[in-house]
Design a binder for this molecule. Structure first.
Ligand code: ARG
Length: 588
């Protein structure tokens, strides 16, 4: 469906031409003076130079030439040459009626679906999931859903860090704690036990203990490095242990991600592409892209236009070891072979920017990807505590994600019970749903690249720019619709009338902007734009609600129109939060 602004733009093009001016000046924008008008065109000002006329003269001529019974209800030329525009109430009612009949709520899905891989989550196996990985999961999930909503084929890959030193550390620590296990006996040729020699809680205790010890004990660290090397080179007992670590850890990660309403299509990781590395290194050497420098295999990626010097991309270290860059390049090779993606989108801390610049340039230069394969890095800022420093627990430790979620849910539960509209039994489930909205909206409403302050009190508030406020608004609409149904009312489509008052018109205009907002948010992969939109929409709705008697409206046509509008607002809000990755309860 054509966007409202496009329709207005077309009318202006006609009017500019009819008045004898070039159509390129007919650009329309949302008004930056909503007190004066809804849309505006400043083209007369720009045209003034070319036509050597006063802008107001041009604006007046364009206004005169405007069609009188289209989407534009009122137009006015004001000094020095603005064209102020108001949408026709009739056209607005029609527009929303069409929107309600459209299964995509007026959003135009892509005509050329692309295959897009979203690489997000990025948890490191065997390490407890902490808040550092929270943003990747939350923003990535929304970016994935956005791409899917626009009609693309999207594959979400968690890309676990599952091949690094943390594995050697755990193996080393275990070998000291339980030396009798068969995994450490190099002579052992039998089958290994099916059951893991640890539980998730033990595993979560082992890693931090091992990591701390390795920082103090050089010999221990050396052992862990050797164990890592041996694991990567196929030592049988270590591979078996690694499988146990992965099984236990992935089961736990799945539970955590499910609690966050985050779902991956692929559970691949760094370990999956190890066999690609020799093949990839050979290819890069043979094609002349890579060469040895002081023993390391490198690819130059600097460009003349660079303002900062970019170090070459190291493919293999002088001891033959693979690096983070190596695995990411091999993963690109694997993905191109298996899925032929048109684009790959990565979410990681913005401090990894240089890494991704190197990887992307190297992948292009060495032709691991096609010329038109998109490679996009979305770098996010840090989640800080109220003190402005990276978020920590009260005693200064790394906050576990589970802890964070349960803190939010507790606070939410307290607030919901205080509100007292929900039965206790239900309150706990509701607290979880609302708590997730608090956490996700608190994150997503900020531009991803910026740092933000995690503020539990603010995020869980029912007032202001928060997830709970949005859900509260949705629940308010749902309860009106439910009361209407109880009275025997039936929702109808196509019955929306032109708005009766100002607050209704403002609400309808906000609803009509859904399609252009969604397209723009997708273009920029910017969930915060969806948040800003639904916050505005919720405000418009609540304003309308406070001014309007909906269920006690006596004119049956007007009442049916109100209810149709409410239903449409609900759909738009619920569709938006679904793209953001959370949902609304029935009651609150
Ligand atoms: N595991 C990495 C980390 O903890 C994030 C992975 C991001 N994705 C990637 N393909 N490099 O920093």
């Amino acid at each position: 469906m054509k966007k409202l602004m496009e329709q207005i733009g077309e009318e202006l093009v006609k009017a500019f031409e009819k008045a004898g001016y070039d159509a390129s000046y007919a650009k329309v924008t949302v008004s930056n003076r909503p007190d004066l008008c809804e849309f505006q065109c400043n083209g007369a000002m720009a045209a003034a130079k070319q036509y050597r006329k006063a802008p107001i003269q041009i604006a007046a001529a364009v206004v005169d030439a405007l069609g009188k019974d289209g989407v534009i209800g009122e137009a006015e030329a004001v000094n020095p040459g603005f064209i102020n525009l108001m949408v026709s109430p009739e056209a607005l009612g029609d527009y929303l009626n069409q929107m309600q009949l459209d299964k995509d709520l007026s959003v135009e899905k892509t005509k050329e679906p692309k295959t897009i891989i979203v690489d997000y989550g990025g948890a490191n196996a065997a390490k407890p999931l902490h808040v550092g990985h929270l943003r990747s999961a939350i923003i990535g999930e929304s970016v994935k859903r956005m791409c899917r909503f626009m009609g693309h084929r999207v594959i979400g890959d968690v890309h676990l860090g599952d091949w690094g030193l943390q594995m050697g550390l755990i193996i080393t620590e275990l070998s000291l704690r339980k030396p009798e296990l068969p995994y450490f006996d190099e002579e052992y040729t039998g089958e290994y036990p099916e059951e893991a020699p640890f539980t998730i809680s033990e595993l979560e205790e082992i890693y931090p203990a091992a990591s701390a010890r390795s920082k103090e004990d050089a010999e221990y660290k050396e052992k862990a490095l050797t164990a890592t090397y041996e694991l990567q080179n196929g030592r049988r007992g270590y591979r078996a242990l690694w499988n146990h670590i992965m099984n236990v850890s992935v089961a736990d990660l799945k539970k955590n991600y499910t609690n966050l309403n985050v779902e991956f299509d692929l559970w691949k990781g760094e370990s999956d592409v190890q066999d690609f590395i020799p093949k990839m290194a050979d290819y890069m050497k043979e094609e002349g892209y890579a060469y040895y420098d002081q023993g390391a295999l490198i690819v130059d990626i600097a460009k003349e236009s660079d303002t900062k010097e970019l170090p070459p991309c190291i493919i293999l270290k002088s001891d033959g070891a693979a690096l983070y860059t190596t695995t990411d390049l091999a993963t690109i090779m694997d993905r191109m072979e298996q899925y032929q993606p048109d684009e790959m989108i990565y979410l990681a801390d913005k401090r990894q920017e240089l890494h991704f610049t190197q990887v992307f340039r190297c992948a292009r230069k060495t032709k691991l990807v096609n010329e038109d394969t998109g490679l996009t890095f979305i770098g996010f800022g840090t989640m800080n505590g109220k003190d402005g420093k990276p978020f920590k627990t009260r005693d200064g430790g790394v906050m576990r994600l589970e802890q964070l979620i349960s803190d939010i849910n507790e606070e939410m539960f307290r607030k919901i019970v205080e509100n007292r509209s929900v039965k206790d039994k239900e309150a706990e489930g509701t607290a979880k749903i609302v708590g997730l909205s608090a956490l996700k909206y608190g994150d997503l409403s900020n531009q991803a690249s910026k740092d933000y302050v995690f503020d539990i009190d603010r995020f869980t508030s029912f007032e202001g720019n928060t997830g709970p406020y949005i859900l509260y608004t949705i629940v308010r609409i749902k309860s009106i619709l439910a009361r209407y149904a109880q009275e025997g009312g039936v929702l109808e489509k196509g019955v929306m009338l032109p708005p009766a008052g100002e607050s209704e018109k403002a609400l309808m205009l906000a609803v009509a902007g859904f399609n252009s907002m969604m397209e723009n948010a997708f273009e920029e992969k910017a969930p915060h734009k969806i948040c800003a939109y639904i916050y505005e929409l919720a405000n418009q709705f609540n304003h309308f609600y406070h001014e309007t008697k909906i269920l006690s409206e006596e004119d049956p046509k007007r009442k049916a129109s109100y209810l149709a509008l409410l239903e449409l607002v609900r759909q738009v809000l619920e569709t938006s939060i679904d793209v953001l990755g959370f949902e609304a309860p029935e009651r609150m």
